[in-house]
Design a protein around this ligand. Structure first.
Ligand code: K1U
Ligand code: ZN
Length: 169
Protein backbone atom coordinates (compact mmCIF):
# COMPACT_ATOMS: atom_id res chain seq x y z
CA UNK A 1 0.00 0.00 0.00
CA UNK A 2 1.09 3.56 -0.59
CA UNK A 3 -0.04 7.08 0.09
CA UNK A 4 -1.22 8.76 -3.10
CA UNK A 5 -0.74 12.36 -4.19
CA UNK A 6 -4.01 14.33 -4.16
CA UNK A 7 -4.51 16.79 -7.04
CA UNK A 8 -5.14 20.35 -5.91
CA UNK A 9 -7.75 22.72 -7.43
CA UNK A 10 -7.59 24.30 -10.03
CA UNK A 11 -5.55 21.44 -11.56
CA UNK A 12 -7.33 20.74 -14.90
CA UNK A 13 -6.96 16.97 -14.37
CA UNK A 14 -9.74 17.33 -11.76
CA UNK A 15 -12.10 18.08 -14.69
CA UNK A 16 -11.51 14.69 -16.37
CA UNK A 17 -14.55 12.45 -16.79
CA UNK A 18 -13.76 8.98 -15.38
CA UNK A 19 -14.37 5.77 -17.35
CA UNK A 20 -16.26 2.74 -15.98
CA UNK A 21 -14.14 -0.07 -14.50
CA UNK A 22 -14.32 -2.97 -16.96
CA UNK A 23 -12.65 -5.61 -14.78
CA UNK A 24 -11.63 -5.62 -11.09
CA UNK A 25 -7.98 -6.71 -11.21
CA UNK A 26 -5.28 -6.95 -8.53
CA UNK A 27 -4.17 -3.53 -9.72
CA UNK A 28 -7.69 -2.16 -8.98
CA UNK A 29 -7.63 -3.72 -5.48
CA UNK A 30 -4.18 -2.24 -4.72
CA UNK A 31 -5.39 1.18 -5.90
CA UNK A 32 -8.49 0.90 -3.64
CA UNK A 33 -6.35 0.01 -0.58
CA UNK A 34 -4.07 2.98 -1.28
CA UNK A 35 -7.08 5.28 -1.72
CA UNK A 36 -8.50 4.17 1.66
CA UNK A 37 -5.12 4.71 3.33
CA UNK A 38 -4.80 8.16 1.70
CA UNK A 39 -8.34 9.14 2.78
CA UNK A 40 -7.64 8.19 6.43
CA UNK A 41 -4.21 9.83 6.45
CA UNK A 42 -5.75 13.07 5.10
CA UNK A 43 -8.64 12.95 7.62
CA UNK A 44 -11.16 12.84 4.79
CA UNK A 45 -14.55 11.14 4.77
CA UNK A 46 -14.31 10.31 1.08
CA UNK A 47 -11.98 10.17 -1.90
CA UNK A 48 -12.61 9.73 -5.64
CA UNK A 49 -10.06 8.11 -7.97
CA UNK A 50 -10.09 11.35 -10.03
CA UNK A 51 -8.47 13.14 -7.08
CA UNK A 52 -5.46 10.83 -7.27
CA UNK A 53 -5.25 11.21 -11.06
CA UNK A 54 -6.78 7.84 -11.87
CA UNK A 55 -9.74 8.35 -14.19
CA UNK A 56 -11.82 5.29 -13.38
CA UNK A 57 -15.21 5.25 -11.63
CA UNK A 58 -14.06 4.32 -8.10
CA UNK A 59 -14.84 6.05 -4.81
CA UNK A 60 -14.05 5.23 -1.19
CA UNK A 61 -15.86 6.66 1.85
CA UNK A 62 -16.01 6.37 5.61
CA UNK A 63 -18.43 8.60 7.51
CA UNK A 64 -18.28 6.52 10.72
CA UNK A 65 -17.11 8.18 13.96
CA UNK A 66 -14.78 5.23 14.59
CA UNK A 67 -13.18 5.55 11.11
CA UNK A 68 -13.21 1.79 10.81
CA UNK A 69 -15.92 1.19 8.19
CA UNK A 70 -14.53 1.95 4.74
CA UNK A 71 -16.97 1.65 1.83
CA UNK A 72 -15.92 1.04 -1.76
CA UNK A 73 -18.18 1.99 -4.68
CA UNK A 74 -17.13 0.90 -8.16
CA UNK A 75 -19.13 2.20 -11.15
CA UNK A 76 -21.68 3.93 -8.84
CA UNK A 77 -25.02 5.01 -10.30
CA UNK A 78 -27.72 7.03 -8.54
CA UNK A 79 -30.97 5.11 -9.05
CA UNK A 80 -33.28 7.30 -6.92
CA UNK A 81 -33.07 10.84 -5.58
CA UNK A 82 -35.27 12.41 -2.88
CA UNK A 83 -36.93 15.59 -4.18
CA UNK A 84 -36.01 17.50 -0.99
CA UNK A 85 -32.66 19.27 -1.00
CA UNK A 86 -30.67 20.80 1.82
CA UNK A 87 -27.74 23.19 1.89
CA UNK A 88 -24.77 21.97 3.96
CA UNK A 89 -21.17 22.98 4.50
CA UNK A 90 -18.70 21.02 2.33
CA UNK A 91 -14.95 20.73 2.15
CA UNK A 92 -12.69 18.86 -0.26
CA UNK A 93 -9.22 17.37 0.06
CA UNK A 94 -8.47 18.86 -3.38
CA UNK A 95 -9.50 22.36 -2.21
CA UNK A 96 -7.55 22.80 1.05
CA UNK A 97 -8.86 25.05 3.84
CA UNK A 98 -11.99 26.01 1.91
CA UNK A 99 -15.54 25.33 3.09
CA UNK A 100 -18.85 26.55 1.69
CA UNK A 101 -22.51 25.64 1.42
CA UNK A 102 -23.75 23.34 -1.35
CA UNK A 103 -27.32 22.17 -1.92
CA UNK A 104 -27.75 18.39 -2.28
CA UNK A 105 -30.57 15.83 -2.24
CA UNK A 106 -31.17 14.74 1.37
CA UNK A 107 -31.47 11.06 0.48
CA UNK A 108 -30.39 8.91 -2.48
CA UNK A 109 -30.24 5.25 -3.53
CA UNK A 110 -27.07 4.14 -5.27
CA UNK A 111 -26.18 0.96 -7.13
CA UNK A 112 -22.49 0.05 -7.35
CA UNK A 113 -20.10 -2.89 -7.44
CA UNK A 114 -18.15 -3.76 -4.30
CA UNK A 115 -14.50 -4.94 -4.23
CA UNK A 116 -15.51 -8.49 -5.09
CA UNK A 117 -17.60 -7.39 -8.06
CA UNK A 118 -20.99 -8.00 -6.43
CA UNK A 119 -23.73 -5.44 -6.97
CA UNK A 120 -24.65 -3.52 -3.82
CA UNK A 121 -27.56 -1.13 -3.32
CA UNK A 122 -27.10 1.63 -0.75
CA UNK A 123 -29.88 3.80 0.70
CA UNK A 124 -27.90 6.83 1.88
CA UNK A 125 -29.09 9.69 4.12
CA UNK A 126 -27.49 12.68 5.85
CA UNK A 127 -23.69 12.93 5.63
CA UNK A 128 -23.33 9.67 3.65
CA UNK A 129 -25.78 10.95 0.98
CA UNK A 130 -23.92 14.27 0.76
CA UNK A 131 -20.53 12.58 0.59
CA UNK A 132 -21.58 10.12 -2.16
CA UNK A 133 -22.98 13.00 -4.28
CA UNK A 134 -19.77 15.02 -3.71
CA UNK A 135 -17.56 12.04 -4.71
CA UNK A 136 -19.70 11.13 -7.73
CA UNK A 137 -19.34 14.73 -8.93
CA UNK A 138 -15.55 14.22 -8.91
CA UNK A 139 -16.04 11.28 -11.30
CA UNK A 140 -17.70 13.60 -13.83
CA UNK A 141 -14.96 16.20 -13.42
CA UNK A 142 -16.93 18.47 -11.09
CA UNK A 143 -15.56 20.04 -7.89
CA UNK A 144 -17.87 21.50 -5.17
CA UNK A 145 -16.61 25.04 -5.89
CA UNK A 146 -18.28 24.74 -9.33
CA UNK A 147 -21.59 25.27 -7.45
CA UNK A 148 -20.40 28.59 -5.99
CA UNK A 149 -20.67 32.01 -7.64
CA UNK A 150 -17.97 32.91 -10.22
CA UNK A 151 -16.75 35.58 -7.80
CA UNK A 152 -16.23 33.12 -4.92
CA UNK A 153 -14.73 30.51 -7.27
CA UNK A 154 -12.22 32.98 -8.70
CA UNK A 155 -11.20 34.11 -5.20
CA UNK A 156 -10.59 30.46 -4.21
CA UNK A 157 -8.66 29.82 -7.44
CA UNK A 158 -6.44 32.87 -6.89
CA UNK A 159 -5.80 31.96 -3.22
CA UNK A 160 -4.84 28.35 -4.05
CA UNK A 161 -2.66 29.24 -7.06
CA UNK A 162 -0.76 31.74 -4.85
CA UNK A 163 -0.29 29.05 -2.18
CA UNK A 164 0.93 26.53 -4.79
CA UNK A 165 3.40 29.08 -6.21
CA UNK A 166 4.75 29.77 -2.70
CA UNK A 167 5.09 26.02 -1.97
CA UNK A 168 7.08 25.53 -5.21
CA UNK A 169 9.63 28.17 -4.29
O1 K1U B 1 -13.76 14.52 -1.79
C1 K1U B 1 -13.04 14.82 -0.85
O2 K1U B 1 -12.06 15.52 -1.02
C2 K1U B 1 -13.35 14.36 0.53
C3 K1U B 1 -14.24 15.33 1.30
C4 K1U B 1 -15.63 14.75 1.35
C5 K1U B 1 -16.74 15.64 1.80
C6 K1U B 1 -16.64 16.43 2.93
C7 K1U B 1 -17.70 17.21 3.34
C8 K1U B 1 -18.87 17.20 2.63
C9 K1U B 1 -18.95 16.43 1.49
C10 K1U B 1 -17.90 15.65 1.09
C11 K1U B 1 -13.66 15.49 2.69
O3 K1U B 1 -13.51 14.57 3.39
S1 K1U B 1 -13.23 17.09 3.17
C12 K1U B 1 -12.56 16.96 4.79
C13 K1U B 1 -13.49 16.51 5.86
O4 K1U B 1 -13.19 15.56 6.51
C14 K1U B 1 -14.79 17.14 6.16
C15 K1U B 1 -15.08 18.45 5.88
C16 K1U B 1 -16.33 19.00 6.18
C17 K1U B 1 -17.30 18.21 6.79
C18 K1U B 1 -16.99 16.90 7.11
C19 K1U B 1 -15.74 16.38 6.80
ZN1 ZN C 1 -13.80 16.47 -2.95
Amino acid sequence: MALLNILCYPDPRLNTVAKPVKEITNHTLTLIESMIETMYESNGIGLAATQVDVHERIIVLDVSDERDSPMVLINPEIIWTHSERVKGEEGCLSVPNTYDGVERAIEIKVKALDKSGSTQEIHAKELLAVCIQHEMDHLIGKVFVDYLSPLKRNRIKTKLLKLQREENH
